[in-house]
Design a binder for this molecule. Structure first.
Ligand SMILES: [Zn+2]
Length: 253
């Protein structure tokens, strides 16, 4: 199920790391890093957005990052393939949250079952050994949540991103925070690790991947756009005109 237009031909072998066609693969630019906090992304089987999906690219950034496709696992240990203490792992909270109740100055918060920030944030954030993220649409993520009751024992994380998703208009992003899976886990893990450079590197990869996607789309003129008579000819175009040899959208932040 995807809103995204199909890519032009070029059906070569997909990349074994990110699962994307070669034209969209940016794995060569990714340097996997060692982290204390582990990442496990569990993807709903019907999340098939090969072109714009970000989960596998996210996992690619971490040495030992885990990516699984499925609906349910009997325990977190089974999901991640080794013995772990679910209470020392965190999961992205999916229920409603009163962001007004966020402690001042915090953009990553541990909440209780009711979505309320727990009193001692420092203690709750300390010692988190891993983060589980469910990948899929909003309803797919909820399905994964309810199919895996062990998540109820994990700590629940809520984020308050300052920036909107880099997806822009490319995708109607169903996640509550409006971020892609990659952006959400980049946000969380970089903060838990105290390494902003992790988020920076991940967003840079994501930006590069999205730029490749935009570059692969047919030029906007080919689509018949409805035009108001008399309106200026300079239609705002989503895709910036790319100069020769442009790659990665020139993003260098
Ligand atoms: Zn790749």
């Amino acid at each position: 199920m995807t809103d995204t237009p199909a890519l032009p031909a070029a059906v070569a072998e997909p990349c074994p790391h990110c699962g994307k066609p070669a034209a969209l693969c940016v794995c060569d630019f990714v340097e996997p890093v060692e982290t204390r906090v582990r990442l496990a992304i569990l993807q709903h089987p019907q999340e098939q957005d090969v072109t714009l999906g970000s989960a596998r690219l996210a996992v690619r950034h971490f040495v030992g990052g885990i990516f699984k496709v499925g609906l349910s696992w009997p325990s977190l240990s089974k999901a991640v393939g080794r013995e772990v203490d679910v209470k020392r792992w965190a999961v992205m909270h999916l229920g409603s949250v009163d962001t007004e109740a966020f402690p001042p100055g915090r953009d990553l918060v541990v909440v209780d079952k009711d979505g309320k920030p727990v009193p001692d944030q420092a203690a709750a954030l300390k010692g988190i050994e891993g983060v589980v993220a469910f990948d899929g649409s909003w309803s797919q993520a909820k399905t994964l949540w309810w199919r895996n009751p062990w998540v109820l024992k994990a700590r629940r994380l809520v984020i308050r991103p300052a920036q909107p998703s880099l997806y822009g208009k490319l995708r109607k992003e169903p996640r509550r925070e409006g971020l892609s899976t990659l952006e959400a886990v980049a946000f969380v893990i970089s903060r838990l690790e105290g390494k902003p450079e992790i988020e920076k590197a991940m967003l840079s990869s994501f930006r590069r991947m999205l730029q490749r996607y935009r570059d692969s789309l047919p030029p906007p003129q080919e689509k018949s756009r409805k035009r108001r008579p008399g309106s200026p000819a300079s239609a705002p175009s989503a895709a910036p005109a790319s100069g020769p040899g442009s790659s990665g959208g020139g993003a260098n932040t």
